[in-house]
Design a protein around this ligand. Structure first.
Ligand code: SF4
Ligand code: SF4
Length: 203
């Protein structure tokens, strides 16, 4: 079996997994946001993001932002770079998460992730029985182009998490693991933002 995208566009839309209680996200790193903002400006497209993966630093009263996610086009509930006739209009420069898809990163805990398969992709739905029996080597064969992208995605997240932990170790920040929802929401409203970035990786 080899992965072949059905070009259905499901992954470019917000889809709620009915049985899974799962909502798809399109995570973006800060530098990807900057790049897409520029493209959107050139094309006169409305492009908005919201913060996604964030860590509150209680010593400096700052919110560290690791990723954002794309706010969908209100009318079509899809990514603003998606069109029904052409699909993704930034195919060659799309975000890393989109390059790796239908492979994605799943949270193990606040600081750890693992490569997983997104169960909402229609190829995955069709081939689910075979995919769930596939080991890592088999997955690499099935997702020939996507697996290296997912590994790049994984390494980048790992470096970002390492950077946060290093700052904590150096006592420059203090990320709280124990914060109530009310205090977290208050911090989100009141504290300044700082983006966490790591250097570029080779493709
Ligand atoms: S960037 Fe392209 S592939 Fe990614 S969600 Fe938007 S339209 Fe889809
Ligand atoms: S949901 Fe899967 S099959 Fe459909 S366009 Fe996205 S990657 Fe391709």
């Amino acid at each position: 079996m080899k992965y072949i995208c059905q070009k259905c566009g499901t992954c470019c839309h917000e889809v709620e997994g009915k049985e899974l209680g799962y909502i798809k996200r399109i995570p973006l790193y800060p530098e990807e946001v900057d790049r897409l903002i520029n493209i959107a400006k050139e094309r006169e497209i409305t492009f908005r993001v919201i913060e996604d993966l964030v860590f509150p630093d209680i010593d400096n009263k700052k919110i560290y932002v690791v990723t954002y996610r794309i706010l969908l086009d209100n009318e079509n509930q899809c990514c603003p770079f998606y069109s029904n006739d052409k699909g993704c209009s930034i195919q060659n420069i799309k975000p890393l998460a989109c390059q790796a898809y239908p492979l994605a990163l799943k949270h193990i805990d606040a600081f750890n992730f693992q490569i997983s398969i997104d169960p909402l992709c229609n190829f995955v739905v069709d081939e689910y029985e075979d995919l769930k029996k596939s080991d890592l080597e088999k997955l690499k064969e099935i997702f020939v182009y996507e697996y290296p992208k997912a590994e790049k995605f994984y390494r980048k997240n790992k470096k970002l998490m390492f950077k946060i932990r290093q700052l904590e170790f150096e006592k420059k920040i203090k990320i709280t693991r124990d914060i109530s929802i009310d205090d977290f929401n208050k911090a989100l409203k009141e504290w300044d933002r700082k983006e966490i970035k790591v250097g570029k990786e080779k493709s």
